[in-house]
Design a protein around this ligand. Structure first.
Ligand code: AR6
Length: 180
C-alpha cells in the first residue's frame, strides 16, 4: 500500500479487488446508466452485494455521465456504494470534465453522508475505453483538488486491478502530488 497525505486526507494506492475492501465505508461502482449488474466492476459489485442492490438502484436509473448516486452496501463488507457513470471515451464529451465530475460528486456525496473512507476503481478505463494515463491524471488532480474541502472523508483509496494500473497511478501521484 502506497500512502500520501494531503491536508487531513490520506490517499492510498493499492492493487486488489474493489469488492474486498473490508475496512472502507463506501466503495465506488463504475456503473452503467441503468445501474444494473454488468461486466467489470459493476458485475463484481452486484454479485458480491446480492440482488437487493439492483432493487435499491432501480428508482435512481437512468443516471447521466458524470453523475453519482449513493445506496447501501447490502452483502458487501461496506455500508455504502457510490455509483458513478463514467464517460464512454470518444462518445460522451467533454470526457475529461465528465470523468472529473464522477470523482468530485462521489466525494461530495460521501462527505454529505458523513462517510470517513472511500475506495475508487479506475472509472471508465475498462469497457468505456478511457486511456489509463489520461484517466489517472484526471482522477488524481480532482482528488487532490477536492481533498482540502472535505470535512468527514479522511481516507481515499484507489483499488487497481493490475500492476500496470498501480504503477501508472503511483507515477502520476508522485508527479502531481504531495510527498510520500
Ligand atoms: N476491482 C477493481 N478494479 C476492477 C475490478 C475489480 N473487481 N474489475 C475490473 N476492474 P470497468 P468502465 C478494473 O469496465 O470502464 C461495465 O460492464 C478494470 O480493469 O468495470 O467505467 C458496466 O456495466 C478497469 O481498469 O468500468 C458499464 O457498462 C476499471 O476497473 C461499463 O462496464 C474499470 O473497468 C463501465 O465501464
Amino acid at each position: 500500500m502506497h500512502e500520501y497525505r494531503v491536508g487531513g486526507v490520506t490517499i492510498e494506492l493499492t492493487r486488489g479487488d474493489i469488492t474486498k475492501q473490508t475496512d472502507i465505508d463506501a466503495v465506488t461502482n463504475a456503473a452503467n446508466a441503468q445501474l444494473l449488474p454488468g461486466g467489470g466492476v459493476a458485475g463484481a459489485i452486484h454479485r458480491a452485494a446480492g440482488p437487493g442492490l439492483a432493487e435499491e438502484c432501480r428508482p435512481f436509473a437512468p443516471i447521466r455521465p458524470g453523475q453519482c448516486v449513493i445506496t447501501g452496501g447490502h452483502n458487501l463488507p461496506n455500508p455504502h456504494v457510490l455509483h458513478c457513470l463514467g464517460p464512454v471515451y470518444g462518445v460522451d464529451e467533454p470526457s475529461d470534465e465528465l470523468l472529473a465530475s464522477c470523482y468530485r460528486e462521489a466525494l461530495r456525496i460521501a462527505d454529505e453522508h458523513e462517510v470517513r473512507s472511500v475506495a475508487f476503481p479506475a472509472i471508465s478505463t475498462g469497457a468505456f475505453g478511457y486511456p489509463l494515463r489520461a484517466a489517472t491524471e484526471i482522477a488524481m488532480r480532482t482528488v487532490l483538488d477536492v481533498a482540502p474541502t472535505l470535512r468527514s472523508v479522511e481516507r481515499i483509496r484507489f483499488v487497481l486491478f493490475d500492476g500496470d494500473a498501480l504503477s501508472v497511478h503511483t507515477d502520476v501521484l508522485a508527479e502531481l502530488g504531495p510527498g510520500a
